[in-house]
Design a protein around this ligand. Sequence first.
Ligand code: AMP
Ligand code: MG
Length: 393
Amino acid sequence: MMEEAEARARILEEVQLGPARRVILSDAVNCFSAQSYLARVPLPAFDNSAMDGYAVGAGDRAKGATLRVMGEQPAGLDRKLRISAGETVRIFTGAPIPQGTDAVVMQEDVTRDGDYIVLNTEAESGEFIRRRACDLAEGQEIVAGGDRIGPTVAALLASQGFAEVNVGAKATAAVISTGDELVEHGKEIEAGQIYDSNSVLISTLLSGIGVTVASTERCPDDQSALTARIRAGSAFQVLIITGGVSVGQHDLVQSVIRSLGGSIEIWRVAVKPGKPFLFGRIGECAVFGLPGNPVSAFVTFLKFVRPAILKMMGANAVGQELRRVRARLEENLGNESDRAHYIRGRYADGSFRPAGRQESHALFGLSRSNAMTRVPAGARLETGAILDIELWD
Ligand code: AMP
Ligand code: MG
């Protein structure tokens, strides 16, 4: 049985970052940047008005000032206007600031009469002027290599005029659920059979991190059927198999991997749930064997599979991690086993409360959870303790 941290490090060493791709910006969302990007357009790009109103000079900001409207400056083209003492320019949000402007007075604060306005309040110097580059300067790094490109970062790249960006590799995976007892949801079920929930769990977790799921299949515990499926699945970069990785008579995954010339690098890790976890290779394919129990499959996916795939896709070390927060424990927790126990529960408003049964088959409790905490072997944690929580929602 391997220690959790060692297993994780070994897997991360084994998997390699794939080749970068150049994609249009909208396709880059949820990918990882393959390079650093620097700002080439300052934000704002030029001094502009934050309001619809009137541009006034430094000597013309007092309440009661009467000013002649000498022109209009809309957004979208720079009329290169210049205001002199006693003059104002009608201006709109986003429009370039005319020369000689010291402030913009919003239209609600003036009375207009023909070509003249009267200021109803004193304007402060600089008011409602958005200065060039006050948000972002040219040359400033906007994305580092390995950063995830979410909607807001994609918007920032668009603001810089980037139509295409270089992102990390695509990852494609096959998913196989093994077990004679498994039936596809939507079909009739017979005594002793169960619905296959792992297929849905694993394939949606994969698509959630941007992996292309090439196939999702069920396979009985049959040597030749499993050999065919695993051989086909090993054509992709990642193969995830659930069930059949223990030592029972019907647990055939290990022997099939070996019979196909594959290697098993890790088998059994000191975590609960999830001990009979397997990592191996068939040719270039990274093979993950997850325990059949849904909660074990889930926890081992998050702790071992997810970071490895994110590395392959070009995520930096931070991006490979689940989000961590500190939370107050709302129940006593103990772990009498010899393995670290990931307790699943609900995190909200700074508190963490375990949810439902903490056994590896207990999918209902898991469905109520959005976070987990790692309780080391032999530890006891009291209500009120401040813990590290990992969030997956
Ligand atoms: P195994 O790892 O094959 O020994 O399976 C452990 C437990 O997980 C058994 O109770 C299986 O019935 C259950 N199980 C295995 N595969 C699935 C699946 N795809 N969906 C739901 N439960 C499963
Ligand atoms: Mg089984």
